[in-house]
Design a protein around this ligand. Structure first.
Ligand code: HEM
Length: 453
């Protein structure tokens, strides 16, 4: 078990603060959420309806799995996350509309299609390694943006195939940054009922960026429609998807929104997980060595292939432990469709209910020494003995992340190949400060000294 004060860098606040709400909402989640089955967070403003946080796996299973139909996505999260480029996507769809979109996208995430992507994952990792090798020994890099660049490169290839070269990657990521950074503000506005038109820091820049992202994504689809030939990427599967019962195909708006959602949700989350995993093993050198020994025994010096994924069990454990401590999605928001009861709780229609994944993952009753880093918690025997909703980085139930297996395979390949080729060390004097926008990140970056092996 590895301990370090940075692994829990804040104390839950006794009273919620408005300032904190815009940067790192979890500091406002009450301390009981880490000890009890549920907790209530009074609003930052006294008139605001309180937020209910749940952290008990049985209650969570009831809400997300057994009675999933009784809930919808909460309107605050939806307002904070939607914009003109993603409004019509699978992520925000409900009812019959959601069911058809989910079916239409499913073939792209079939296991055989994912394993066929392993060479793409490996080659993108190798390209980054080449770039890192050209730098000096021990060069310090912030691995958070480095991993974003890497996983963005990958998702573009998976989604657009050869068409990936059409997109100005750097410009896309630059345009995306202000929009992701605005999520905290937008969530706060939604919570306190302020209209979108009221400016917040950077809001004009966000509007300009969204307009650019919209046009850039639309152009990708227009190009593809003009092209002849057989592509096997995710966009091709979306274009050819048809509901067997109704004959429905995706509208231009749905295509635009889903393409954009896959490009954004499909890279930012894996990037933060990888960055956290590298930072954790830079702190815990013994785990780093053990991981390197596994890769060397399973793969040796050749390129990682589809046949290696199942054998890289310790890499999977390290990634799971990284997502336990730093889940990219800090929680899952829901609202009951009608007044109802959930276990001992009475819920009103439309009330905000948060499955507090960050707290579930560090709950005193579920984990020994919850703030310590120990990938052995995810050994197959120990993982099997655990409630399935005690660890839920990808959510649970019918709306569980559609990209879960894509992300796991991708992250195993990248973590394994980076650890085989480089040694990672932390940099003296750096203090990590958590921030939440779309994903859980470090506001002070994750700078690591990287030495080629
Ligand atoms: C480490 C990586 C990832 C994490 C931690 C993650 C996390 C999540 C979570 C927690 C949800 C559930 C939200 C809810 O129930 O309300 C979700 C849904 C979703 N994710 Fe992921 N995700 C990851 C990677 C990906 C990838 C690679 C893609 C696509 C290529 C993707 C696309 C989606 C979509 C489209 C949904 C909505 C599914 C639906 O509503 O039916 N995610 N993700």
């Amino acid at each position: 078990m590895f301990h370090d004060p940075d692994l829990m860098p804040f104390t839950p606040r006794a009273r919620p603060s408005l300032r904190v709400a815009a940067f790192n909402q979890i500091e406002n989640w009450p301390a009981e959420t880490y000890r009890e089955a549920h907790a209530t967070m009074r609003g930052v403003f006294p008139l605001l309806a309180p937020t209910l946080l749940i952290a008990d796996p049985t209650l969570i299973e009831e809400a997300l799995v057994a009675r999933a139909e009784a809930f919808e996505r909460d309107r605050f999260q939806t307002r904070a996350l939607t914009n003109d480029v993603n409004r019509a996507s699978l992520f925000f769809a409900e009812g019959a509309d959601w069911r058809w979109q989910r079916r239409a996208a499913a073939p792209a995430f079939r296991h055989d299609n994912l394993l066929a992507l392993v060479p793409t994952f490996a080659r993108c990792g190798a390209d980054l390694a080449k770039e890192w090798r050209r730098a000096n020994d021990g060069a310090v890099r912030d691995v958070a943006p480095e991993m974003s660049r890497l996983t963005f490169d990958i998702i573009l290839r998976a989604v657009l195939g050869a068409g990936a070269t059409r997109l100005d990657e750097r410009r896309f990521l630059e345009a995306l940054a202000p929009s992701l950074a605005s999520v905290g503000w937008r969530f706060l506005y939604a919570r306190i009922g302020l209209p979108e038109a009221v400016p917040y820091p950077g809001s004009r820049r966000v509007a300009r960026s969204i307009a650019w992202l919209h046009d850039a994504t639309k152009e990708l689809i227009a190009h593809r429609r003009q092209e002849a030939g057989e592509s096997k990427d995710i966009l091709a599967l979306l274009l050819s998807a048809q509901d067997p019962e109704t004959g429905r195909v995706m509208s231009d708006d749905e295509l635009l929104s889903n393409l954009y959602t896959f490009m954004v949700a499909g890279h930012e989350t894996s990037a933060t997980t990888l960055a956290w995993a590298l930072w954790l093993i830079a702190k815990d050198q013994a785990t780093q060595e053990r991981l390197r020994a596994e890769v060397s025994a399973v793969v040796g010096a050749r390129e990682i292939g589809a046949q290696d994924i199942e054998k890289l069990g310790f890499a999977r454990q390290v990634l799971n432990e990284a997502m336990r401590l730093f889940p990219p999605a800090i929680g899952v928001g829901r609202a009951p469709r009608e007044d109802m009861t959930l276990g001992p709780l009475r819920l009103r229609a439309g009330q905000l209910l948060i499955v507090a994944s960050f707290c579930v993952h560090r709950h005193e009753k579920l984990w020994d020494e919850p703030h310590g880093f120990d990938p052995e918690r995810f050994s197959p025997e120990r993982a099997k003995a655990r409630h399935r909703c005690a660890f839920l980085p990808f959510g649970a139930g019918p709306r569980i992340c559609i990209g879960m297996n894509f992300a796991m395979i991708e992250m195993i390949v990248l973590l394994a190949s980076l650890v085989r080729d480089f040694r990672f060390h932390t940099t003296p004097g750096h203090r990590m400060m958590l921030g939440t926008n779309l994903t859980l990140r470090s506001r002070t970056g994750l700078p690591l000294a990287i030495t080629p092996l």
